[in-house]
Write a new protein. Structure first.
Ligand code: ZN
Ligand code: MN
Length: 443
């Protein structure tokens, strides 16, 4: 390909606070009877006054800090004016020139993108809009508005256009989702719409893209309506093809917003992109500006738990686990904590890791102590001598040459299958010693 993709990302995440951003209504809106969680504030009735949700402000600061941002000592809310039926006030309370957090930097954690850094331009707080529902009522096509979602706290995370491939975008999104879940500030569930993606993409000629890029392309296309990581990939792949064709003919793609249609497998023009001045931003007069002391910011930082990338490294170091295993165990905070509790009880972290990973232990259905008990029991019941087990293993190896070859070529995941076969022959889960014998024999 002679063109280099230049991609930036805007991600919106609904915070899981109990109440909404500027009123006391419940922020729960998924599967709730329409228009039951509303009040004069979130319905935008005249005279209603917004009061910011403190928790939402703190959580946004925590997320910004986790992404390496600086928290602004002075921050404020602004009105972003535009007309749409799901926005009762005629404006969205958002943040314009003094967002809560700015200038972050974030290292992608995936193997392929290691050492790749993504700059975070800003992390700001705003409110979600109502939800339009297009349906048929008495044989008539109508649009209905559900204001339960109106005023739910929404964080917007904007990167610089630092992505150079779809794989980098994918790695970032997965890392971001993991961090948000670790912080416990949102489910970041794409299907329920609590995490929404808007990539912007343009292409530049390869020779322009070398070294430090001086000029970004003279246009960019913003993609909307993407509700899964897979769709993000599809939409970007489509845009790369579409824009390449235009550029190869000597043209320049139009600067616009395009929606992804998964059924048709293509993006479609929605509107020419607005400029900031179309929104007539101005400071929200009903909410005083915010000021944060150094102490308040550090207090926020101290609430950030150990994050997945750091946890993975610590597992590798402290428990001598492989990167692959550490990554799996650090995938969610729940599994990581389960692993460490069980490891402490049992005393052999490596064995606990093996059990959780290879036996696919459902960590939400058992408590760590039960797992440890199970492991101890499994050792007692073995009536086989190591010599007998050795013979059983030899037979397994003989019967499964393909799987053993896979293991030797680096597909370590197949070990679980072989352990399963051994367990079947023994009539119980193999002990640590028996497991190690198997590993020795197939390596
Ligand atoms: Zn309300
Ligand atoms: Mn926004």
């Amino acid at each position: 390909m002679k063109f280099q993709p230049i991609i930036g990302l805007e991600v919106h995440v609904e915070l899981a606070t109990k109440s909404k951003m500027f009123c006391g209504c419940s922020a729960e809106h998924f599967g709730v009877t329409p228009n039951t969680h509303t009040c004069p504030v979130c319905l935008g009735l005249p005279g209603a006054l917004p009061v910011p949700n403190k928790k939402a402000v703190e959580w946004t600061m925590m997320l910004g800090l986790a992404l390496g941002c600086t928290v602004n000592h002075d921050s404020k809310f602004d009105r972003k004016n535009y007309f749409y039926p799901d926005l009762a006030k005629g404006y969205q309370i958002s943040q314009y020139d003094e967002p809560l957090c700015v200038n972050g930097e974030f290292s992608l954690s995936s193997n392929e993108s290691k050492s790749k850094k993504i700059r975070i331009r800003r992390v700001h707080l705003e409110e979600d809009t109502g939800k339009l529902q297009h349906s048929l009522v008495n044989g008539e096509e109508v649009s209905l508005v559900d204001f339960n979602r109106s005023g739910v706290p929404l964080v917007e995370i904007v990167t610089e256009p630092d992505f150079r491939s779809i794989d980098e975008v994918d790695a970032y999104l997965k890392d971001l989702q993991k961090i948000i879940r670790y912080l416990g500030i949102s489910q970041a569930d794409m299907e329920k719409g609590s995490m929404r993606l808007e990539p912007s993409i343009s292409l530049t000629e390869m020779q322009n893209a070398k070294g430090k890029m001086q000029n970004l392309p003279p246009y960019r296309v913003e993609l909307k309506n993407i509700n899964s990581f897979r769709f993000a990939r599809h939409a970007l792949e489509f845009e790369i093809k579409r824009q390449t064709q235009i550029l190869e003919k000597g043209g320049t793609p139009v600067q616009q917003t395009r929606g992804w249609n998964e059924t048709k497998g293509q993006t479609m023009a929605q509107r020419e992109k607005e400029e900031a001045n179309d929104y007539r931003y101005f400071p929200e007069p009903d909410i005083p500006p915010m000021h944060f002391t150094e102490l308040q910011i550090e207090e926020c930082r101290s609430q950030i738990p150990e994050l997945p990338a750091a946890k993975k490294l610590r597992f590798m170091k402290a428990y001598a686990l492989s990167e692959y295993d550490s990554n799996l165990l650090a995938e969610t905070r729940g599994v990581a904590e389960y692993f460490e509790t069980a490891a402490k009880l049992h005393g052999n972290p490596k064995e606990i890791a093996n059990w959780i990973i290879n036996n696919k232990i459902n960590t939400s259905a058992t408590v760590p102590a039960e797992l440890v008990e199970k492991i101890v029991k499994s050792k007692k019941v073995s009536t086989f001598s190591l010599e007998e087990v050795g013979k059983i293993i030899d037979k397994i190896i003989l019967d499964n040459p393909k799987i053993v070859a896979d293991y030797k070529s680096g597909k370590v995941q197949v070990l679980g299958f072989l352990i399963g076969l051994l367990a079947k022959s023994l009539g119980h889960a193999p002990t640590q010693e028996q497991r190690e014998l198997l590993e020795r024999k197939i390596t």
